[in-house]
Ligand binder design. Structure first.
Ligand code: ZN
Ligand code: ZN
Length: 595
């Protein structure tokens, strides 16, 4: 699936442009668990669930398209107050409907779906009434993603999809008129980004025009298209210019701050992460993890010093010492022209390792396709996984890699040093195997559309981060101190994401402090720190999902290892854990310890 900006309620973790890990909801079929006679409460719930899903596709077209349901794609939803009110009423109606279900009489699996549905309904109400992003985040208003999805998802023959796109095009002027009427006090940062991303929307319409040309559409139909295209492009250009003017008038004192503050942060953390911790507790936990990582890194730096540093005098300051070894090792990287080929070469190697070490099963019939990131999705990310939606299980999954050509030479070098010989392998583990891609493969077999649809970002990112550690523990990389040092540097990034996000949004950390923190305490390159600063301005809470999910999964595994001692089997643990789909880790824990 492609990136579709949501204009109602919550912008999901997966849908923001330019994320490093764009993982859309997993594809799967809705099949009941075989063998068990469903109880009465389950049956009642399942019936309600199917009615709810049917209503959802109409009420929330962006979620529908994200899931690969294009039945209503011909009509572009207009993001005005009337549609927001209608959506809120829809959420309220279904909250009341699900209130009639006796939760404690449901089977464990259905209880999970119940919890996820309720969280979807409640959190979207919160997003609409309290978070109100539609007033201050103009990047929500971009039609590019949805048109690209219609053009490039194989849900119908191409001529039919083009007709759907042409019909949808009619709504574009009203869409941007509603956007202008909805925006009240935007942040400077989101306003600037929205102007930049308008170019991407225009590029997608150019692609549509090319497709129309190729189909030899003529006569009246062609005239209709030409008119709609002209009006749609004019609306985007006008919106972009309007935002540009708006931005000129904004000052730090008149614009809304991109920092969301403590109250909104805690509430958003509770809705998005669904962790047992508060945001502040997660932040405190990250501070402790940071100290642990740094201690391990110092030991590794000492161990590596004689062989790597060739007689250079060793400084006393631990961070300085670690930084010098990392700096030296980072020179070991591929050429820019080889980045693509190297990623392609590594994937089968990782697959073989997983098989030989009995860590997880993989479906050999679904190879991952490595490709250049589509232009409109390029942002600050280097790599991302793009998976088909919930009803498109047979579509291709892509590993998007942003090309480095055309970037300034120092930016290219900085990026290549960051994704050096060791870190590039960890990136592939994280994004692909056994990280995101393998997790999605397993989620596809999970018997719940709901879990795939309302997947938990902290579980998804937590699994990818957990898989890095698990691979190194299995001996991948020969237990080389270089590999472990780079692993900790990468892991420290996850930890520091949590610290950074909380510090910036709640504690008021400045740009200079943030960059100093990332470069001098997390050993990141300037390019990486600059990108992270952009991301922390555009998003909130999302950056904490990696660490909170990872620390919960690791703690759970260690707990089971202790309890089961000799009978603990790592592969079984992984398969079982992934079999529930992208549910919150807390719910998976409940399911796994019950059965
Ligand atoms: Zn990720
Ligand atoms: Zn170099």
């Amino acid at each position: 699936m492609t990136t579709i900006s949501r204009t109602l309620g919550k912008v999901s973790f997966a849908l923001f442009l330019g994320m490093i890990c764009q993982v859309s909801t997993a594809a799967q079929n809705a099949t009941p668990i075989a063998g068990k006679q469903p109880q009465q409460a389950d049956q009642q719930f399942k019936l309600l669930k199917s009615h709810f899903l049917k209503a959802l596709w109409v009420a929330d077209p962006d979620t529908a398209m994200g899931a690969g349901k294009f039945d209503h794609a011909a009509k572009l939803a207009i993001p005005n107050q009337q549609s927001r009110d209608a959506y809120y009423a829809f959420l309220q109606k279904w909250l009341l409907a699900f209130d009639r279900i006796k939760e404690d009489q449901l089977s464990v699996n259905e209880q999970t779906d119940f919890a996820l549905i309720r969280n979807y309904l409640r959190s979207n109400q919160w997003y609409l009434k309290t978070f109100r992003e539609f007033e201050w985040n103009p990047t929500q208003y971009n039609i590019g993603g949805s048109f690209d999805a219609i053009l490039n998802t194989d849900f119908a023959p191409k001529p039919q999809r083009i007709n759907i796109a042409i019909a949808r095009l009619e709504g574009v002027p009203a869409f941007y008129a509603a956007a202008k009427a909805s925006i009240r006090q935007p942040t400077m940062e989101h306003t600037r980004l929205a102007v930049q991303q308008s170019a991407g929307a225009l590029a997608v319409l150019d692609a549509l025009a090319n497709a129309v040309q190729e189909q030899n559409i003529s006569g009246h139909e062609r005239q209709v298209f030409d008119t709609r295209l002209r009006l749609a492009k004019a609306a985007i250009t006008d919106f972009s210019a309007w935002l540009g003017e708006l931005e000129k008038g904004l000052t730090p004192s008149t614009a809304r701050s991109f920092r969301i503050g403590k109250d909104l942060y805690e509430a958003k953390f509770a809705h998005d992460i669904q962790s047992s911790l508060t945001a502040e507790q997660a932040y405190q936990r990250a501070l402790v993890a940071k100290d642990d990582a740094l201690q391990n890194m110092e030991k590794l730096a000492d161990q590596l010093w004689p062989s790597v540093m060739n007689g250079v005098a060793k400084p006393d300051q631990p961070n300085k010492k670690i930084a010098m070894v990392i700096e030296k090792l980072s020179a070991n990287h591929v050429e820019a022209s080889q980045l693509f080929n190297e990623i392609r070469r590594q994937l089968p190697v990782l697959e073989q390792w997983i098989r030989e070490h009995d860590l997880l099963s993989l479906d050999p019939k679904k190879p991952l396709v490595v490709r250049e990131t589509p232009v409109y999705q390029r942002g600050v990310s280097v790599a991302s996984i793009e998976a088909p939606g919930v009803f498109r299980p047979h579509d291709q999954t892509y590993y998007n890699v942003s090309p480095l050509e055309g970037l300034p030479p120092e930016r290219v070098e900085s990026t290549l040093r960051e994704y050096n010989h060791w870190v590039l392998q960890i990136l592939n583990i994280h994004e692909a195997i056994p990280g995101h891609y393998a997790q999605l493969q397993h989620a596809n077999q999970s018997p719940s559309v709901i879990k795939a649809l309302f997947g938990n970002g902290a579980m998804v990112e937590g699994w990818a981060v957990y898989s890095e550690r698990m691979m190194l523990e299995s001996g991948y990389g020969n237990n080389a101190p270089e590999m472990w040092l780079m692993y900790y540097k990468w892991n420290l990034r996850t930890i520091c994401n949590t610290i950074l996000d909380y510090s910036v949004h709640v504690l008021g950390m400045s740009e200079a402090e943030a960059k100093d923190f990332l470069v001098n305490q997390a050993f990141q390159t300037q390019a990486e720190a600059n990108g992270k600063w952009l991301r922390v301005q555009y998003t909130s809470v999302q950056l904490t999902s990696y660490f909170s999910g990872y620390s919960e999964i690791l703690a759970f595994r260690e707990q089971l290892k202790q309890e089961q001692s000799a009978t603990f089997n790592l592969k079984q643990f992984h398969e079982k854990f992934l079999s529930y789909g992208s549910a919150p880790v807390g719910i998976i824990k409940k399911l796994m310890t019950k059965s």
